[in-house]
Design a protein around this ligand. Structure first.
Ligand SMILES: Cc1ncc(COP(=O)(O)O)c(C=O)c1O
Length: 401
């Protein structure tokens, strides 16, 4: 009989089961909406990144169907060969104008945008200085670049400054000086707090470092019309590399980098996901374009998101849950133990509320949590129902009194 060289995987999975950390994928049976059916149960959905409800917005749906009728279902090639369609270029121009930068390049996902960009910009003699809670796609990009990775404690600007100060020199700007990249999330995906963007911009300027911000959870949420943290903090022109996603508030799929024309041209030539993976179907680009129209023409959607966020956050805090340092629609309910977080999530689900449990390695071992995300399209009744279920289950599990 053939020996199974992958047998060790089953042992790993068994260990997850024993720790209570094994997860079944929840299956969504209909549309991605605030109240919907997962695993044959109607639930209030507090687990999607569909901040503005655009996954089912009639304008996006309509243009996606029209683009499919007119242009087909796929692009048929990578961007650098035959896969750059008019509509891809139109989306990049539109996003650049929206973000107030010279140019934009769109990637297949936010993950590809982060990983592809960091790996393209740096090489093995360079340095990356990265917040400890930055997203996995940034971490992977850093690893792929082979640059030396220096991690600073979460939002500790003094520590980031010290790291940069202690890096081996070369005069900033001189040909042989190693490149230094300082990088933070705009909004941290597990805690919902904002990155120290203006302070880190100042540090980057002091040491001639490239400043990069991943605004995946800020796009469509922070800043005028959802332009992100660069607009929120008024640091236009001080962030060299801005990453955004089209997969969360924009409601569709993709990621992008906004910056100078030179940066974007460089990424057209050197970013490996751009070079070696097929571009978006036209329907995706068309829907993203319509999403930008919605951000510009229906900003009241963003106001509704923030009204709901304030209501729900206040409700959880009044009940006595530990919601950490969140400043955004992402509100964690931190319980500490991984198995307890999974139990809380399961019991909420039984009660009609879907809020995903998150444990190590996604968050620190003692910071397991259930993560909630409200959207603009939740009704007050749905959010109140969710709070009532949180109250009941939280008491039953001894998390609140
Ligand atoms: C902070 C952050 N950056 C990047 C990404 C990746 O975005 P996408 O889902 O578009 O690949 C995510 C998504 O999980 C994220 O939370």
């Amino acid at each position: 009989m053939r020996h199974d060289p992958l047998a060790f995987l089953a042992a790993d999975l068994e260990s997850l089961r024993q720790q209570g950390l094994y997860r079944h994928l929840r299956i969504l049976e209909g549309e991605q909406k605030p109240k919907t059916s997962f695993d044959h149960r109607q639930v209030v959905n507090l687990s999607s990144n569909n901040y503005l409800g655009l996954t089912t917005h009639p304008r996006l749906r309509k243009v996606a169907l029209e683009a499919t009728e007119k242009l087909g279902v796929g692009s048929g090639s990578v961007r650098t060969i035959a896969g750059t369609m008019d509509i891809h270029m139109e989306l990049e121009r539109r996003l650049a104008a929206f973000k107030k930068t010279e140019a934009v390049v769109v990637f297949q996902s936010g993950f590809a945008a982060n990983a592809g960009t960091v790996a393209a910009v740096l090489s093995k003699d360079d340095f990356v200085v990265s917040d400890e809670l930055n997203h996995a796609s940034i971490i992977d990009g850093c690893r792929l670049s082979r640059a030396t990775i220096k991690v600073f404690p979460h939002k500790d600007v003094d520590a980031a400054r010290k790291v940069l100060k202690d890096l081996p020199g070369g005069k900033a700007g001189s040909k042989d000086a190693p490149r230094k990249l300082l990088i933070t999330d705009g909004v941290f995906s597990m805690d919902g707090d904002l990155g120290a963007v203006p302070e880190l911009c100042a540090v980057a300027e002091e040491f001639g470092a490239i400043m990069m911000v991943d605004d995946a959870h800020a796009s469509g949420v922070f800043g005028k019309n959802g332009r992100g943290t660069i607009d929120h903090f008024e640091v236009h022109g001080r962030v060299d590399v801005q990453v955004g996603t089209l997969s969360k508030a924009i409601g569709v799929l993709g990621g992008y980098v906004a910056g100078t024309k030179t940066l974007i041209e460089f990424l057209y030539h050197r970013a490996r996901p751009f070079l070696f993976s097929t571009s978006h179907p036209p329907a995706v680009a068309a829907a993203c374009l319509a999403a930008v129209d919605v951000l510009e023409q229906e900003p009241e959607i963003i106001d509704r998101l923030w009204d709901n966020t304030r209501f729900f956050k206040a409700g959880l805090n009044t009940l006595g849950f530990n919601t950490g340092l969140s400043q955004s629609p992402i509100t964690p309910v931190i319980v500490g133990d991984g198995a307890l977080a999974m139990k809380l999530s399961d019991r909420l689900f039984d009660g009609g509320v879907f809020a995903q449990g998150i444990a190590f390695p996604t968050v620190a071992r003692d910071k397991a949590r259930v993560r909630t995300i409200v959207t603009a399209t939740h009704t007050r009744d749905e959010l109140q129902f969710a709070l009532d279920v949180f109250s009941k289950v939280g008491r039953e599990l001894g998390i609140i009194k």
